[in-house]
Design a binder for this molecule. Structure first.
Ligand code: PLP
Length: 433
């Protein structure tokens, strides 16, 4: 199985986090997001333990909460001692409602509005990840009004191509995000930040991209080297010490059997050795290390269950299996052509000899969950499970076609509970005046 929290029980049903998925579909109805809380905690601990062991006490993994943002997830992050990345006032509001300690919150975004900046400062967000010069000035202005010095980290682009999908590659010079080192603009950025009285420059950030399988480790090693050389330059030229270095997120997860396993702890170990060696060589102190995993914290902790509705067999062409969800709860195939592993959850011991495209219910030909799937030929009412949907599914869900969003049911220690209830039709029309 693509993840160790997936199995088959004696009834021939797919299990997830130890629970019978066919029974969960019956109990909570479909479409349904499942999230394995135990797996989320396990994934957090891989980062927490490895970073503490190899980078030392001051280090901290920040959960990039855009991957899946709802109250319960911030409570879990708080309990695990994780920091969090927030990218909007909406995410800040959700984290606040969950009682997340805001000093461990880091605010991202390439276009924080005046409202956002003020909202974040009022909420007591610990750090702003500043994306550009314009934002720097706005932060200084609003910090001055409050008579505070806002801690900031500058987002830089190291000019690295992480060999992932173009839509999720973010560390290149021509990226929408951050300021490039290569063009000399990063230095200008630093000088500007130092000059503002109400800004406290804490260090640098980079994020090379997402779904990166850095098997030989070179992407992160190269990025860290470029960042540290820049930090040393700034230290020697302006006497500015980088207290924090944030290497971003992006480690890949397994969507298919053929995807490699990412050795996260091993990668962190190699990265730490490289960084320690470089800081010695460059004669700068070892910065406090941060990382920002999103996908690798929640992706394999998620599974989506659907009921099969209609079948369409076009002889000589292809077969369609329509399910009771689609691009409204999982737009990733439509957006990126993302691969997924699917099962017919209530008939796991039967032969998978029916080739079909599993498609959604929306009025859109591109509403495809996954083409070319092999499963036992389904009948109306069978349960389709899509694996590894914990990241960028619920958080990217929409109400297209006035379809209500599914609930999130959490699994923990063999028990299930609702963390986000199913949207009702009343919810859909509530804001219409
Ligand atoms: C999205 C994002 C992350 C998380 O990326 P994953 O691939 O989900 O690990 C981290 N940092 C920044 C700045 C991001 O935008």
């Amino acid at each position: 199985m693509i993840c160790e929290n997936i199995g088959i029980n004696e009834k021939g049903h797919l299990t997830f986090g130890g629970a019978d998925t066919a029974e969960l579909a019956q109990k909570h109805q479909t479409p349904l997001y499942l999230m394995d809380e135990d797996r989320i905690r396990h994934n957090c601990r891989v980062y927490l333990d490895a970073m503490k062991k190899y980078f030392g006490e001051g280090s901290l993994p920040l959960y990039a909460s855009k991957a899946a943002s709802f109250k319960r997830i911030y409570e879990i992050m708080k309990e695990e001692g994780m920091g969090v990345d927030l990218v909007s006032s909406g995410e800040i509001c959700t984290a606040l409602k969950a009682g997340f300690p805001m000093e461990n919150a880091f605010f991202h975004g390439n276009n924080k509005t005046d409202f956002d900046i003020n909202y974040a400062m009022d909420a007591g967000v610990g750090y702003f990840m500043v994306d550009n010069m314009v934002e720097l000035e706005a932060i200084d202005t609003f910090a001055a009004r409050r008579n505070i010095r806002q801690k900031v980290i500058l987002r830089l682009t190291p000019g690295i191509d992480p060999h992932t999908y173009a839509a999720v590659a973010t560390g290149k010079v021509d990226s929408k995000f951050g300021i490039a080192i290569e063009t000399g603009q990063a230095e200008e950025f630093v000088c500007k930040a130092m000059h503002y009285k109400n800004i406290e420059l804490m260090g640098y950030h980079c994020h090379v991209g997402s779904q990166v399988f850095d098997e030989d480790g070179t992407v992160y090693l190269d990025a860290s080297e470029i960042m540290l050389r820049f930090a040393a330059d700034m230290a020697h030229r302006y006497g500015l010490e980088a207290k924090i270095l944030n290497m971003g997120g992006g480690y890949g997860v397994r969507y298919k059997e053929s995807d490699p396993y990412m050795d996260i702890a091993g990668n962190i170990k190699t990265l730490s050795e490289h960084i320690k060696k470089l800081t010695c060589e460059l004669d700068i102190p070892m910065p406090r290390m941060l990382m920002e995993p999103g996908r690798s914290i929640v992706a394999d902790a998620g599974m989506t269950l659907y009921s099969v509705g209609t079948l369409k067999e076009i002889t000589g062409y292809k077969n369609y299996v329509s399910i009771d969800g689609g691009m409204t709860d999982n737009p990733r195939y439509a957006l990126y052509g993302s691969a997924y592993t699917l099962f017919l959850a209530n008939r796991m011991n039967e032969r998978s000899d029916f080739l079909c495209d599993v498609v959604g219910r929306c009025c859109e030909s591109g509403d495809i969950i996954q083409p070319g799937v092999l499963m036992p030929k389904p009948v109306r009412g069978d349960i389709v499970a899509v694996c590894t949907t914990g990241a960028y599914n619920y958080s990217m869900a929409s109400n297209y076609n006035r379809v209500p969003r599914p609930p999130i049911v959490m699994l923990s220690g063999g028990k299930d509970y609702v963390a986000v209830r199913r949207e009702s039709y009343e919810d859909l029309v509530e804001r219409d005046v």
